[in-house]
Write a protein of this length. Structure first.
Length: 146
């Protein structure tokens, strides 16, 4: 693909989980807990300024690289991170993500907000939002199976 483009987008996903904010937060904060629902990290340093990095993909398919830096962490309340996504050797997006954990009478409302720029038509906001919804469903399943 020779076309150069930058598509800016923001999407918000809200999910309700029947678990406490501390338990939902812990599923993001621990390497083993996160690997139960998110691709396993090659590097995982959950602290402000820390890095989360993974590389992989489907058998015979393209290799994707997720490279994140944690910008703010408020235990049981909020995580803010920036990340790049590459497909093979091409940058396909750059994003800032905020994950908020709100107490509800029935557990936790998670509010996931991603602000991104999607590059050269190699990824789209719609594809990213769909993939994120799948991951957040997997998070719910992992929490239910603990």
């Amino acid at each position: 693909m020779n076309e150069r483009s930058a598509k800016h987008s923001t999407f918000v996903i809200e999910k309700n989980y029947k678990h406490s904010p501390s338990r939902v937060f812990a599923a993001w904060a621990g390497q083993a807990a996160k690997a139960a629902w998110f691709p396993p990290a090659n590097e995982f340093d959950f602290r402000v300024g820390g890095r989360e990095f993974n590389r992989g993909g489907p058998p015979g398919g393209p290799v994707y690289t997720f490279d994140a830096c944690y910008q703010e962490i408020v235990p049981d309340r909020r995580i803010v991170y920036s990340y790049t996504m590459d497909m093979e050797d091409r940058r396909i997006s750059v994003s800032v993500t905020t994950v908020e954990f709100e107490f509800t009478d029935s557990g936790t409302r998670l509010i996931y907000t991603e602000q991104g720029v999607f590059l050269d038509g190699l990824d789209t906001p719609e594809q990213r939002e769909h993939g994120t919804k799948v991951l957040l469903d997997r998070l719910g399943e992992a929490l239910d199976n603990q």
